[in-house]
Design a protein around this ligand. Structure first.
Ligand code: NAD
Length: 289
C-alpha cells in the first residue's frame, strides 16, 4: 500500500510556487495578493482561514484577513465584496463557508468577480470547468487531481466512484474524472443511491466526500483500489490538547489493507486544498499581468 501524502505533495507545490513568486519579485513585479473574508467565529472555519494565511506567508504572497461578526448583514458583506472586486491590488479572495443562516450563500458566491474567484465556486468558473477551459478549478477537486497525477495513478478507462454530490467537492470531482485526458468512467453516488457497496466494489478509484466518519469500510472495496478520503469531521477526544480529533470518511484501518494507494486524514486532501488555492491565486496574478 502506498500512502498518498498530501503534506509532502502540498509542500512540493508550495515550494514550486515560492520559486515563481521570488522570480516575479526579482523582475520588479508585485507579489500575488490573496484576501479571505471570515464571518462569525466557527472554530473549524477559523482554523482553515489561519492555515490559508500561513500558506500565503510561506509562498511569499501578500495576504489580508477581513473579519466580520456573525451578526453582520448580507448587505455589509456584499458591499465588502464589491470593494474587493474593484481593488486592483488584490488578485483573488475567498469568502470562507459556511456563512450564518441569514446570509444567502448563493447570492454571495455570484457577487464575486469570476476573475478573482480563486475558490472556483462562481457559476462562470464552474461552467468553464465543464467545458474543459482554463479556469480556477475548485481547490479540493483540483488538489485531488494533482495528487493522482503526481502519484502517477492510471486513470484512463478506470471506473471512478465518487461518493457525495456537493457543489464544492463531489459534483466537480465527477466532472474532472470524466474529462478528456483523465478518461475515467464515472459513477456519482449520493444519499439516495441504492446498493452503494455493490457499486463501490467495482471501483478502481473511490473518492469519498459525504462527511460521514469512517463510512467506507473494507468490505465495500476490491483489492488494489485507489482511495481518496475527503472527509474531515471533528470528533471529541479528551486525550488531545485541542479536545478533538479529525476523522475521515474512510475506515482507514480496514480499507488500507486492500488499497494500492490511499490518502490519510489528516495529512491527505486537506493540505492539498490550501496549496491549490495558492496555485489559483498565482494564476490570477499572472493573468492580471
Ligand atoms: P456535504 O456535506 O455538503 O454533502 C454530503 C454529500 O454526501 C451529499 O451530496 C449527500 O448526498 C451525500 N451523502 C450523504 N449521505 C450519504 C450516504 N449515506 N451515502 C452516499 N452519499 C451520501 O459535502 P461536502 O461539503 O463535499 O463535504 C463532505 C466532507 O468533506 C465533509 O466531511 C467536509 O468537512 C469535507 N471537506 C473536506 C475538504 C478538504 O479540504 N479536505 C474540503 C471540503 C469538504
Amino acid at each position: 500500500m502506498i500512502l498518498i501524502d498530501g503534506k509532502i505533495t502540498s509542500g512540493d507545490i508550495k515550494d514550486e510556487i515560492a520559486i515563481e513568486v521570488a522570480k516575479l519579485k526579482e523582475q520588479g513585479g508585485r507579489a500575488p495578493h490573496l484576501a479571505a473574508i471570515l464571518v462569525g467565529d466557527d472554530g473549524a472555519s477559523q482554523t482553515y482561514v489561519n492555515a490559508k494565511v500561513k500558506a500565503c506567508e510561506k509562498v511569499g504572497f501578500e495576504s489580508t484577513l477581513v473579519r466580520f461578526s456573525a451578526e453582520t448583514s448580507e448587505d455589509e458583506l456584499l458591499a465588502k465584496i464589491e470593494e474587493m472586486n474593484n481593488d486592483n491590488g488584490l488578485d483573488g479572495f475567498i469568502v470562507q463557508l459556511p456563512l450564518p443562516n441569514h446570509i444567502n450563500e448563493h447570492k454571495v458566491t455570484v457577487s464575486i468577480n469570476p476573475d478573482k474567484d480563486v475558490d472556483g465556486f462562481h457559476p462562470t468558473n464552474l461552467g468553464k470547468m465543464l467545458l474543459g477551459q482554463e479556469t480556477f478549478l475548485p481547490a479540493t477537486p483540483y488538489g485531488i487531481m494533482e495528487m493522482l497525477k503526481r502519484y502517477q495513478i492510471e486513470t484512463s478507462g478506470k471506473h471512478a466512484v465518487v461518493i457525495g454530490r456537493s457543489h464544492i467537492v463531489g459534483s466537480p470531482m465527477s466532472v474532472l474524472m470524466g474529462q478528456k485526458g483523465i478518461d475515467c468512467t464515472v459513477t456519482l453516488t449520493h444519499s439516495r443511491t441504492k446498493n452503494l457497496p455493490e457499486i463501490t466494489k467495482t471501483a478502481d478509484i473511490v473518492v469519498v466526500a459525504n462527511g460521514i466518519p469512517e463510512f467506507l469500510t473494507g468490505n465495500m472495496v476490491k483489492d488494489g483500489v485507489v482511495v481518496i478520503d475527503v472527509g474531515i469531521t471533528r470528533v471529541e477526544d479528551k486525550t488531545k490538547k485541542s479536545g478533538f480529533k479529525l476523522l475521515g470518511d474512510v475506515n482507514f484501518a480496514e480499507v488500507s489493507k486492500k488499497a494500492s494507494h490511499i490518502t490519510p486524514v489528516p495529512g491527505g486532501v486537506g493540505p492539498m486544498t490550501i496549496a491549490m488555492l495558492m496555485k489559483n491565486t498565482l494564476l490570477s496574478r499572472k493573468r492580471r499581468g
